[in-house]
Design a protein around this ligand. Structure first.
Ligand SMILES: [Zn+2]
Length: 397
């Protein structure tokens, strides 16, 4: 019997692979992807396929398995191994509890359900190969949630011809994310960095002797709001992505109420349109702020800790979306091409010349939540569709 997608989802949710999100590892019993790497090795062995384990960083390995096909095509089913943190969850994050028609737990929706779909497809194709099957890879990347470094590493690994599983670049990468079985054909990119306002500390009984870094940061924030209301509000985007955005997500400053603070730090999130250079856009923001604060020398910007391009709308992505939509219709699923604001692993593959779109079960609304779950019906339908997409792939023009 091929592997069951529901059981696979539960099995994967039970393996912690929490992303430390750019911070020091402080919960080693659940953080990083090495346990998931071990579980995937086990699953690949059970399916009976060759695989490679590629270190990206300590305890963070990409895992890739291959089922060689007779047709001269290579298709990749991709899913990331990591999940966001579990703080504040109201369901057992690793319990993989099945209640009625849902599986609950961290990653159930984003994206262990999607990974289970890829593995179930591989298992079905292995058990029942069809005549004109392409070579099918299942690629499981690390660190998607905080920088897409696993996918970037894997794209370069293939591009440099270092894989023992394939001797040329794949023809398509289907990246799993909860898209409700629609196909993401384009999305925004992102760049994130920390900005510091500096000052001079003194006792709060005589504040004029100091230089208040929080007040300076208020000028920075004012400038960012002005940037949003002028530059961004007047940027038009020709597609359906909507305008680029900026958001300040955290602020930290000061040590106690009786001390004038000498430091205040914010984190800036700037979403870019496909085709925009993240670095050029970041510089635009930095220059805009510098021109509007009284003492720009006392505003410092760290190097970005996360930067990813958008996925541009292309003929190849629209063609892949069409292939999926035609197959989905046979399963009574209306799969539409969509453009979204969130980032995925897709641009990493696209940037080395591999056509890539995003498709998977579940809704983004349930991703990253305190009671994350995935609908079993979504899992099963998406698996049927992706299996048929693989079987049909070599017949499509
Ligand atoms: Zn995801």
């Amino acid at each position: 019997m091929p592997m069951d997608v529901v059981q696979l989802t539960q099995r994967l949710v039970q393996v912690p692979s929490v992303n430390p999100m750019g911070h020091e590892v402080d919960q080693p019993e659940i953080q990083l992807e090495h346990r998931m790497g071990d579980a995937l090795e086990q699953i690949f062995a059970e399916i009976g396929v060759e695989f490679e384990r590629i270190e990206v960083a300590p305890k963070r390995d990409n895992l890739v398995a291959a089922l060689p096909g007779k047709a001269d095509k290579i298709v990749v089913l991709e899913a990331h191994q990591d999940t966001v943190p579990i703080e504040g969850m109201t369901v057992d994050p690793f319990g993989a509890l099945r209640i009625e028609n849902r599986i609950y737990g961290r990653g159930a929706c984003d994206v262990k359900g999607g990974m289970a779909m890829c593995l179930a497809v591989l298992s079905r194709l292995k058990k029942k190969p069809s005549e004109n099957l392409p070579t099918v890879l299942v690629a499981c990347s690390v660190n998607e949630e905080c920088g897409f470094t696993g996918a970037t590493h894997l794209a370069n690994f293939w591009n440099e011809g270092r894989s023992k599983l394939i001797s040329r670049l794949p023809d398509a990468v289907f990246v799993s994310e909860p898209t409700l079985m629609n196909v993401v054909v384009a999305h925004k990119g992102v760049i994130r960095w920390r900005c510091h306002a500096l000052g001079r500390a003194t006792h709060s009984s005589n504040p004029s002797l100091g230089d208040n870094a929080i007040y300076r940061m208020a000028e920075v924030l004012q400038a960012i709001r002005e940037y949003e209301a002028t530059i961004l509000a007047n940027t038009t985007e020709p597609g359906q992505l909507g305008p680029p955005t900026i958001s300040v997500g955290t602020i930290q400053g000061g040590v106690s109420v009786n001390t004038v603070p000498d430091q205040c730090t914010i984190e800036i999130d700037r979403r870019v349109l496909p085709g925009e250079s993240q670095e050029a856009i970041r510089q635009e923001v930095i220059d805009f702020i510098a021109a509007r604060v009284d003492n720009p020398d006392k505003v410092q910007h760290d190097a970005p800790y996360m930067s990813s391009p958008g996925l541009p709308l292309s003929d190849t992505s629209q063609k892949l979306a069409q292939q999926i939509a035609q197959v989905a219709a046979r399963f009574d699923v209306n799969s539409q091409p969509v453009q979204v604001a969130y980032g995925t692993d897709s641009p990493a593959y696209y940037s080395v010349g591999i056509p890539s779109v995003v498709f998977g079960p579940g809704s983004l609304v349930q991703a990253h939540t305190k009671d994350e779950y995935i609908e079993i019906e979504q899992l099963e339908k998406a698996t049927d569709i992706l299996e048929a997409v693989c079987r049909d792939f070599s017949n499509s023009p």
